[in-house]
Design a protein around this ligand. Structure first.
Ligand code: HEC
Length: 181
């Protein structure tokens, strides 16, 4: 192979590279890549996509007040005993386990137990625990406090969740008033 042929080969590679680069650039310039504002095909029952980010919107939970109005404290207590006692105590002055003691948590501040090692995400939450916030939290802890150490998937049944919140609400000498339905 003489040097002329090697040169031709190298030129071919170079030209191919330039053509490859140019076609890519022309493609990007010609095609205006924009997201559709609405999905082209709406799927019934699917959560609507957020136009700006493309992320699904958080699930809208039904209002907690009417569910609390017909909540059953005893049912809530038995659900809590089943699902929560592996990590929580509910008695006044009860010890922390994997999770904090929960006496007086409703209406108390987020991260309400003195001395418990809460996650940064939980400590960053300000203000007292409201019924709505507890509703969201117990529906899906990892959505309410990303990175939480409460390794619990959540209670998906709306009334069952309200029953548990009603039980938590009873754990106080002076329970905060229930929201008006
Ligand atoms: C696997 C252990 C575990 C289970 C099961 C669990 N939790 Fe928790 N829980 C935690 C931990 C750990 C935290 C602290 C979370 C943090 O700091 O992010 C917590 C925090 C909480 C808080 C916030 C307390 C505060 O002081 O702000 C509430 C309310 C709560 N849990 C309720 C419940 C209820 C009700 C159940 C049952 C339906 C439950 N948890 C099941 C471990 C658990």
């Amino acid at each position: 192979m003489d040097s002329m042929e090697i040169n031709k080969g190298m030129a071919a590679v170079l030209v191919a590279g330039i053509v490859f680069f140019l076609t890519g650039w022309i493609g990007v310039t010609l095609v205006d890549e924009k997201r559709l504002e609405k999905p082209a095909i709406a799927i019934q029952g699917a959560p609507a996509a957020d136009a700006s980010s493309g992320a699904p919107k958080p699930v809208e939970l039904p209002p907690i007040a009417p569910l609390l109005a017909k909540a059953d404290v005893a049912a809530g207590e038995s659900t809590a005993k089943k699902l929560c006692t592996s990590c929580h105590t509910f008695t006044e002055g009860g010890k922390a386990g994997v999770g904090p003691n929960l006496y007086g948590v409703v209406g108390g501040p987020h991260a309400h137990m003195e001395g418990f090692n809460y996650t940064a995400g939980m400590k960053a939450k300000t203000g007292p625990w409201t019924f709505d916030e507890l509703n969201e939290w117990l529906h899906k802890p990892s959505a309410y406090v990303p990175g939480t150490r409460m390794a619990f998937a959540g209670i998906s049944n709306d009334q069952q969740r309200a029953d548990v919140i009603d039980y938590l609400h009873s754990l106080s000498h002076t329970p905060v008033p229930l929201p008006a339905p």
